[in-house]
Design a protein around this ligand. Structure first.
Ligand code: 6PG
Length: 237
């Protein structure tokens, strides 16, 4: 894995947008399209803003196909919807080729099945889909996507998308599974804020139990890139 530390969340957002554009350029040149998975939560929001503002004319957006790591069980116009956040900040501002949202308004198992089917159709294969880039965040409890500590989704290897009951939040989330994340050509973690420092210490330098810190399960063959602000990196040696 490679770790990059930036002075502020703004610098992190700028660097992450630039990496996104570089990956998009490479993928489009090689295969004519860029299949990218967006992260939810607050950290990527700033990066999406930079993409909409500074990269509107610098990425061949018509060849960009957008997917999501996870979704909350809410309709797409709900303030908690990851789709809503990405739409408002990025997708309404650039002419992307296609957007594939997780239908959080459906019963969670149905939403997961429908999304898996959508991936199967897009990639046209029964093999685990290989995204060009998956963006991920990390929660202060060590979760990534909606792979929360001690939840059933951590053990799932024969599905691409599952409904994951999260008892401590008294909800169910819909999430990509570990095999899909680990099949990606590139994985970028974006993590900002001091409240993430302890979890990052465990994940990046500790001997963390993967069930307690699910982000450690992310191990794509090409390695993952960790983009952190100084506060999030404050407990790293
Ligand atoms: C979500 C996520 C989740 C997120 C982390 C970090 O839907 O919440 O996809 O995995 O990336 O919780 O979120 P913040 O950036 O808001 O801290």
């Amino acid at each position: 894995m490679s770790i990059h530390i930036y002075g502020s969340p703004e610098e992190l957002a700028g660097a992450a947008a630039s990496e996104f554009a570089a990956r998009a350029g490479e993928a489009i040149e090689e295969s004519g399209r860029f299949a990218v998975v967006l992260a939810g939560g607050s950290t990527p929001r700033a990066m999406y803003g930079v993409l909409a503002r500074d990269y509107a004319d610098r990425i061949d957006w018509g060849k960009v196909h957008v997917f999501f790591d996870d979704e909350r069980t809410v309709p797409p116009d709900h303030d908690d919807s990851n789709y809503k956040m990405a739409s408002e900040v990025l997708l309404e501002h650039v002419p992307v080729g296609s957007v594939h949202r997780i239908r959080g308004e459906l019963p969670p198992d149905e939403a997961a099945e429908a999304y898996e089917e959508e991936l199967r159709t897009f990639f046209g294969t029964e093999e685990v889909p290989r995204f060009d880039l998956i963006l991920l965040g990390v929660g202060r409890d060590g979760h990534t996507a909606s792979l929360f500590p001690q939840t059933s989704a951590l053990e799932v290897h024969d599905r691409w998308v599952v409904a994951n009951p999260v008892l401590k939040l008294d909800t169910t989330r819909i999430t990509l599974t570990v095999p899909v994340i680990n099949a990606a050509l590139a994985v970028h973690f974006l993590v900002a804020g001091e409240d993430k420092a302890e979890a990052l210490g465990e994940i990046l330098e500790g001997d963390a139990d993967p069930r307690a810190y699910p982000a450690t399960l992310v191990q794509p063959p090409g390695g993952s890139e960790w983009m952190l602000d100084r506060a999030a990196a404050s407990e790293l040696s």
